[in-house]
Design a protein around this ligand. Sequence first.
Ligand SMILES: [Zn+2]
Ligand SMILES: [Zn+2]
Length: 127
Amino acid sequence: MSAGASDFRCPHCLTAKMLEQTWGGVAVRICMRCGSNFFAAGSLAAFEGWGDDLPPEAERVAAHHEASVHCPACGHALERLAFPMEPTLELERCPSCRGIVLDFEEIRRVPAVGRWVAERAKARAGQ
Ligand SMILES: [Zn+2]
Ligand SMILES: [Zn+2]
């Protein structure tokens, strides 16, 4: 991971830089133009208080697509994960450095992923 930390360009705006901010002690990069957020590996877990950036159960059932945009940290093509919730929640993740890109709306819905996984687990246990 040799990309300079000063060169974080928004994967959606391309020319706009993502500025580093700290939310609740967690460093997050934010595009001031479109509101996209970049969480380095481990940061989303720290932010949500989860053991993993994404619950493994949610990751397993998510649809994976290659995204046409690239990781602001390492330049690798991002993959788009779509969680079959109502409404569908999508986010982009870097298969290389495991960074996660979320827009402002998506970030507010991330806690719902944890609740959704817990409900699925409970439903299965009750069968
Ligand atoms: Zn942007
Ligand atoms: Zn990356």
